[in-house]
Ligand binder design. Structure first.
Ligand code: DX5
Ligand code: ZN
Length: 222
């Protein structure tokens, strides 16, 4: 089974975004972290900026909404053409209903859980989503340390995905992914990897992506 490497442009140069997007043209998807300074203590892009990024990006977008009211905003990101739109489980009353609206608007629907959030609310409903994002750091900032205590949760989800076998559901990790931690996440069942600092901070981004892809494939259990 294939693995996907989605570089996070939170670590790109914001005033040279078009150039940096060209540097990661070998990515599977481009991960865009939308933060509202309420759900997380940081502020990044809104819909206008994401729309423009999408117009100039050679690779489709994987939008990660770290915002307080995804019921109000998520569908707008799907409508502007993002390949996937992921909202936080903690931020909505009815994750399955919001996922259905995102799918209706034409995007893959993702749901994200913070490191401290359990998987109980998702098990049994996996078919409602196209992607489960397991945060491996507290959301809000790039460059944090991978939290290995999250690995058992990944294993649990990975087993549940095999048992429920929903069509084409991706298991994504985000936060602290580098050449070492990507192997551990892959062994626990992840197949879609977000990486910010390890792609953009040091060396050639395209080569960093290839190295991460090779490491993920080597350890993939799929
Ligand atoms: C953190 C964001 C991540 C971040 C990852 O809240 O969701 O996507 O950019 O950055 P690294 O790979 O540096 O941990
Ligand atoms: Zn993210």
């Amino acid at each position: 089974m294939s693995v996907r490497i989605n570089p996070s442009i939170l670590s790109a140069d914001f005033v040279n975004m078009e150039r940096d997007l060209q540097l990661i043209a070998n990515a599977d998807l481009v991960h865009v972290d939308v933060m509202d300074n309420h759900f997380v203590p940081n502020l990044t892009f809104g819909p206008q900026m994401v729309k423009r990024i999408q117009e100039v990006s050679p690779v489709p977008l994987d939008v990660h909404l770290m915002i307080e009211d995804p019921d109000r905003w998520a569908v707008g990101y799907a409508e502007l053409g993002a390949a996937s739109v992921t909202f936080h489980f903690e931020a909505t009353e009815n994750p399955s209903a919001l996922a259905a609206r995102i799918r209706d608007a034409g995007s893959r629907a993702g749901v994200a859980i913070k490191p401290g959030t359990g998987v109980e609310g998702l098990i049994g409903h996996l078919g409602d989503f196209d992607q489960i994002l397991v945060m491996t750091v507290e959301p809000g900032f790039g460059g944090q340390k991978f939290m290995s205590q999250v690995l058992p949760k990944l294993e649990l989800l990975s087993r549940a995905i095999r048992a429920e076998s929903p069509a084409d559901l991706w298991l994504q990790v985000d936060g602290g992914i580098d050449l070492e931690t990507i192997g551990r996440a892959a062994e626990a069942g992840a197949n879609t990897f977000v990486a910010g600092s390890s792609v953009f901070s040091g060396g050639e981004p395209a080569e960093n992506i290839e190295r991460l892809r090779t490491a993920a494939r080597r350890h993939s259990i799929h």
